[in-house]
Design a protein around this ligand. Structure first.
Ligand SMILES: *Cc1c(COP(=O)(O)O)cnc(C)c1O
Length: 419
């Protein structure tokens, strides 16, 4: 059944769409931005009770996701920082993050004044609940599961562990926009969560992020973190200042980006229908693996379908698999190797591993209120490095076809059997 080949999303034929959301930027986005630029008085997000692009985007996302609050900001890093500061996490606290995520997850913890603690990943390529448990100290306040490449981390276990230890859960869904877990969008069942809308994500407005929470107080605090002028703007928040305002950063999102983001949100379901269908086609045609295992996916229905990862039985099998696939025209390297410094792996986060703060006080590590003793080293997460050195990942893009997915499955089957 090869039904979707002629499909378009928006006005864009899928066959021409390398990438995800960015590949679909076209006339609708151009029209939305042009319309705004023709009305320059609409270029600022706070306009009293008048709806703005940002406020409408937020409302549309609240409804779509079933979450009480959303705040559009300028990046995913900012959104994550709003989550943490919103929940009252800061100086003296430790926050557990996975060893495999974009460095921004660690930066957000530092931005909040807290200390990142790096834990192992498991075969879901997400935070390993067992290692999280080992890394909990009296100072731990939160954990940040990250849904890498659209695959949810082991959320049931992680949320239960957090509940048991009285920790907050902030989900980094920057790469997992639209992913679900037990039917809900990821993040909705946790204390707060963040999306990134940067150029590389499932949907994009070039740069942007969204901070989400169901908690009124966390939301207000996150809003203060995002914009020093919050209580002074003529914003819809005026009526609800039950938390005294404080002044922090400048993360305010801009209206042009919000206008693009609103169009992209309209395309999200179609993007994921397509990628999920492609991944399902691949999985259906894959034979039982011989020399690799598939990435564990806790809730396959909630997977964004934007990537497929094979974990080879050992490094030699990974190398031979990769070479065999390359001979068949499929360039898939291992995630961790000597050739390519992948910023998503903790060994490349020099600024964190060296505990380098922004000034001579060297906060958060030099903060006198921090009583913990976090240590970092390049070999501190051997399991993560082992998994990633055996992990081959195929990115699934909009311009792929079901026929191509069948071919890829056959190539993988052939190379794996011949190994
Ligand atoms: C992209 C990304 C971020 C940060 O997003 P920016 O918008 O670039 O600040 C955070 N975490 C993960 C896992 C990401 O992939």
């Amino acid at each position: 059944m090869s039904c979707k080949e002629q499909r378009t999303i928006g006005q864009q034929p899928l066959a021409e769409s390398a990438g995800l959301g960015r590949a679909l930027i076209g006339e609708e986005e151009i029209a939305a931005v042009t319309e705004l630029l023709r009305n320059p008085e609409r270029l600022f997000r706070y306009r009293g009770n008048e709806p703005t692009e940002s406020s409408q985007l937020e409302k549309e996302l609240q409804e779509k996701l079933g979450v009480k609050h959303a705040l559009f900001v300028n990046s995913g890093t900012s959104a994550l920082t709003c989550c943490l500061v919103g929940l009252g996490i800061g100086p003296g606290d430790e926050v557990i993050i996975p060893a495999y995520t974009y460095i921004a997850t660690a930066s957000a913890v530092v931005n909040a004044g807290a200390v990142p603690v790096i834990a192992e990943i498991d075969d879901a390529l997400g935070l390993d609940p067992l290692d999280v448990e080992r890394k909990i100290t009296p100072y731990t306040r939160a954990i940040i599961p990250v849904h890498m490449q659209g695959v949810p981390a082991r959320l049931s276990l992680l949320r239960a562990l957090a509940r048991k230890n009285n920790l907050k859960v902030v989900e980094d869904a920057c790469q997992g926009i639209g992913s679900r877990y037990n039917g809900d969008y990821t993040g909705v069942g946790s204390d707060a969560f963040a999306w990134s809308l940067n150029y590389f994500k499932v949907i994009t407005c070039g740069e942007g992020g969204v901070f989400f929470t169901n908690d009124d107080t966390a939301f207000l605090r996150g809003v203060y973190q995002s914009d020093a002028g919050t209580p002074m703007w003529d914003s819809g928040l005026k009526g609800d200042l039950h938390v005294p305002p404080f002044s922090r950063a400048g993360y305010r999102g801009n209206e042009l980006n919000a206008a693009v983001a609103r169009v992209q949100v309209q395309k999200l379901d179609a993007i994921l229908d397509h990628t999920r269908h492609l991944k399902q086609t691949l999985l259906t045609h894959l034979a039982e693996p011989v020399h690799y295992s598939r990435q564990h996916v806790d809730d396959p229905a909630g997977d964004c379908g934007i990537s497929f990862a094979m974990i080879a039985e050992d490094e030699s099998a990974a190398r031979r698999l990769s070479e065999g696939l390359a001979r068949e025209g499929l360039q898939i390297g291992t995630a961790y190797n000597d050739g390519f410094p992948d910023r998503h792996i903790y060994t490349y986060w020099d600024s964190i591993l060296n505990k380098r703060g922004s000034n001579h006080l060297n906060y958060p590590w030099g903060d006198p209120s921090y009583k913990g003793q976090v240590t970092y080293s390049k070999d501190m997460c051997p399991r993560t490095l082992d998994i990633l050195s055996r992990c081959l990942r195929l990115g699934i893009q909009l311009n792929m076809t079901t026929q191509r997915m069948q071919e890829i499955a056959e190539i993988i089957n052939r190379v794996d059997r011949a190994l």
